[in-house]
Every structure is written in C-alpha cells, then in structure tokens.
Design a protein around this ligand. Structure first.
Ligand SMILES: [Zn+2]
Length: 482
C-alpha cells in the first residue's frame, strides 16, 4: 500500500463541501483526487480512468468524511484517570470532582508521555485529524505529535493561582502572580517551538488556564500576545458552579460577563466549556445576557458534553447556543478521546435539556465536529472535503454490520457504529491509520508505563488529598473485591 495515494476511487458515499459554501452535502459514487497533500478535485466515479502504476486507494464500500477536529483535550492526564474519575464527584461542589481530583490524583511525569501516546491513538481511531492539546509540554511532546501524523495546536496553559481544598465544601485559590508570568514565558517558548516545526502540521494556542485562576494583568498579557501573533486564544470558563459563584463573589458578575468586560472574547477565542451561564438552572443569576455577550463577541465554544454529563450536568442547551449564532466546536476534555461519542452525547444531552428533538440533529453535530471546530480555529482549509482543502480524510467501512442498512450513513456512524467502522485515516494526503490501527503510534507499548504511573498516583493520594485519604476512599471501585 502506498502511503500517499493520488486518488481514492469508487467511494460509495462522501460528505463533501456544497460547492463553495462551507456546509456539507452527501454525494454518491465519487473519486477524490489528491495533490500535494490537498484535495485537487472531486469527480463522478470513473470519470477519469486510473493510469498504470498510479497509487490508487480503493474507496468502494466506503464513506469518506472530512477528518474530525477536537478543539479541547487533555491527552497527558485523562487515560491516567481511567477507572478513577468516571463515578467521582463532590456533592458539596454541585457534583464537580474537578478540584478534588486535581489535588488528590497527580499522575507522575513518566506517565504523562505514555498517556499522550494512548490519547493520540484514541483520537486517530475515532477519526480525529486535528486536535488541540492543552497539556503540553511533556517529555517528547514535539516528537510524539509529529510522529502521530496528525495536526495539533499546542496550548500550554499558564495560571496565577492553583486550586486547593480544605473541606468538601471549600475551595481556596493559592496565588503566585510572579509564577504565573514565568509560566506564560515558558508557554511562549513552547508555542514558538510548535509553530516553527517543519512538518507544518503544528500550530499554537494561547491558553490562560482558567477564568478564576489568572489575574486580570496576566489575562491582558495573554490576550495581547494572541492578538499580536494571530494565535487562537482559549481559557476554561463556565465549567463549574464553584467557579461562577467565586467570580460573582469577586467581581459581582458572572464569569462570561467579566471576560466580556476585560475584552477577552473576540473571534478566534475558544471558550471551554461555557456550560454554566447566568441562565443555567444551576446558576440562575438574575441577568440573562451571557449567551448574547458570547454571540456578539464572535467567540466560539468548545463543547465537551462527556465530563459534565458524568456529573449530571449539561449545556442548556446546545441548540440554543447555535441558534443564537455562537460557533460551537467539539472537544473531548476527558477520556476516551472519541469525538464520535461526543457528537452523540451532544445530540442526546441537548434534547434532554430542551425536551426538544430539534435541539441538535446528526447533521448539526457533524458540522460542529468539523466546520465548527475549523471556524473556531480560524481555518477554512480543514473540516471539509472540497478542492483546495487539506486532504484530511476518514474512510468508514459501510459493510460493518452497525452501518447497515446504509440509508443515512452519518446517522449509522454517529448513533451506531462510531469508531468501530473507521478503517483508514489520511492527514495531508498521507495514510496515518490503516485497518483501524494507527501506523506510527504505539499505544500497546505505552499501556504498561501508564499502568505503573497510575498505580504510583493512587499510592500518592494520601500525601496530596486535603484529608489524607487513600484513593480507595476518594474513588472506590465500582464493585467490592472479595
Ligand atoms: Zn479542559
């Protein structure tokens, strides 16, 4: 098999751009022609016979999709929380386990690279070709990103404060302003290293960590840096009741209102995760303007339904955000790094919150996972299969039983088969996943290292937890071992 085919022939179905419009349509029986890592042409199947020795990829029985875009992920930590965080939350903090987990469960550095190796493989298997990693740097980060064959945005976070807990109902903010500026300087070096790599597949994202842990001065410096460099700008905001209540305590306004007043939101800004707006049932602040502020600013939202749904919490509701004109892209935030599952959950959670099947449909969720993410990053060359766009292509096996019958292949894919039917992934015209397996990543080799690191993390919780509890008490196993 040639790793750089010049055409994909006889595709049974393809999701392609609608002429020059940035929206998807189905086409049947097409050939995709690739040149210099981009899509050169999309023609009816067989319109131009293949020449002898032409490296052709057979697309018969396949659905071609644009590669998915994950605009928010934590690859170096989340696989390390497998078996730990799924049922963990703190009822006294409106269920979020975020602050307690970060304090008690700390994956040793050796485990972080192994986790990233596994995360990137999870992404590729589920058809993700571009991802924002907000957990760089880690040992070997640049080499691992490049080797994966994917596109990445490196978003090293920086903060002026760290959360701490002294009791279940108490979160404290430990401030170190000089430390925050030092972290920002380090982040700038990491971003420059990513962007200057000659693969051309790495970008950078300016990422002050959380709306409640960064001083106004450091936020302003980050915003200015993003404006000057043209890099996307992102932060965690509206992600816990604790955070929004603390921002109201400090400033008298919600997190989003404070961000707007500081001039942080504009096109090219990605708000992760904007679940807890003023009107959300768990906030019920007296204003009703957060969503308007986001829409008017032209900021995008990185919607990651999975971790919140596990706490019993959801955006209210994703259809309302989209209808208000907010750009919604998808991310994973936790493991598994499976954007297809996020699409499905975004649809279902949107309908549950709105009690309306029209909140989000399959086409809308797919748009968020592709064009939405691309728009959030300010890119018009990814997230769509059209002449001139990057040849970032996912081939889905229509013969998989969970894809059958193929009346509407996107519905089969999102609601039924998901990653199980992903066969081949190309990035920039190069095959990086074949027969469902990443060609250049070694998740099996990383598993043992991650298991060791997780065991160490679990042994160390007594040292880090505010009450000195063992892991078994903070996050008990789902069944008793007898
Ligand atoms: Zn996050």
């Amino acid at each position: 098999m040639n790793s750089r085919p010049t055409s994909i022939r006889n595709l049974s179905w393809a999701v392609v751009g609608d002429g020059t419009a940035r929206r998807h349509v189905y086409r049947r029986q097409v050939d995709l022609f690739l040149k210099d890592g981009r899509i050169a042409e999309i023609t009816p199947a067989g319109a131009r016979p293949a020449e002898a020795n032409e490296p052709v990829l057979d697309g018969s029985g396949m659905l071609a999709l644009p590669g998915l875009i994950n605009i928010h992920s934590h690859p170096t930590t989340e696989p390390g929380y497998r078996g730990v965080r799924e049922d963990h939350g703190v009822p006294e903090q409106q269920m979020t386990g975020l602050m307690e987990r970060l304090q008690a469960f700390r994956l040793p550095a050796e485990g972080r690279a192994a986790a990233a190796e596994m995360s990137y493989a999870e992404m590729l298997r589920a058809g993700t070709t571009t991802a924002c990693d907000v957990t760089v740097p880690f040992a070997g980060w640049l080499e691992t990103m490049v080797r994966s064959g994917m596109r990445f945005y490196a978003g090293p976070t920086f903060a002026s404060a760290r959360w701490g807990m002294s009791a279940p109902q108490t979160v404290t903010w430990k401030w170190d302003e000089a430390g925050g500026h030092a972290e920002f300087d380090k982040a700038k070096a990491v971003m420059a290293e990513a962007e200057s790599h000659n693969s051309g597949r790495l970008g950078a994202m300016v990422f002050p960590a959380q709306i409640d842990t960064v001083t106004p001065e450091l936020f302003a410096a980050g915003r200015k840096h993003a404006d000057e460099t043209g890099r996307p700008f992102s932060t965690h905001i509206g992600q816990s009741v604790v955070e929004v209540r603390e921002m109201i305590r400090r400033y008298g306004v919600t997190s989003v209102q404070w961000a707007a007043a500081q001039g942080l939101m504009k096109p090219g800004t990605i708000l992760a995760h904007c679940i807890l707006l003023d009107e959300h049932p768990q906030i019920r602040w007296h204003t009703a303007k957060d969503l308007d502020l986001i829409a008017e600013a032209g900021a995008a939202v990185a919607h990651c339904p999975q971790p919140f749904a596990r706490y019993g919490l959801a955006m209210d509701h994703v259809g309302r955000y989209r209808a208000r004109g907010v750009t919604v892209g998808l991310g994973t935030d936790c493991a598994p790094h499976n954007l297809i599952e996020e699409m499905r959950l975004a649809i279902v959670a949107g309908r549950l919150m709105s009690e309306d099947i029209a909140s989000l449909d399959t086409g809308g969720a797919f748009e968020a996972a592709t064009i939405g993410g691309a728009n959030a990053l300010g890119r018009d060359d990814i997230g769509i299969l059209a002449p001139g766009a990057q040849a970032d292509i996912v081939l889905v096996d229509l013969a998989h039983p969970l894809m059958q019958p193929v009346r509407d292949p996107l519905r089969s894919f999102v609601f039924h088969a998901a990653d199980r039917a992903v066969r081949t992934v190309l990035v920039g015209g190069e095959i990086v996943l074949a027969d469902g397996a990443p060609l250049n990543l070694d998740p099996a080799g990383a598993m043992e290292r991650l298991a060791e690191a997780q065991a160490q993390m679990l042994r160390d919780t007594v040292k880090h937890d505010y009450a000195g509890r063992p892991a078994e008490r903070i996050a008990p196993l789902s069944l008793r071992v007898t």
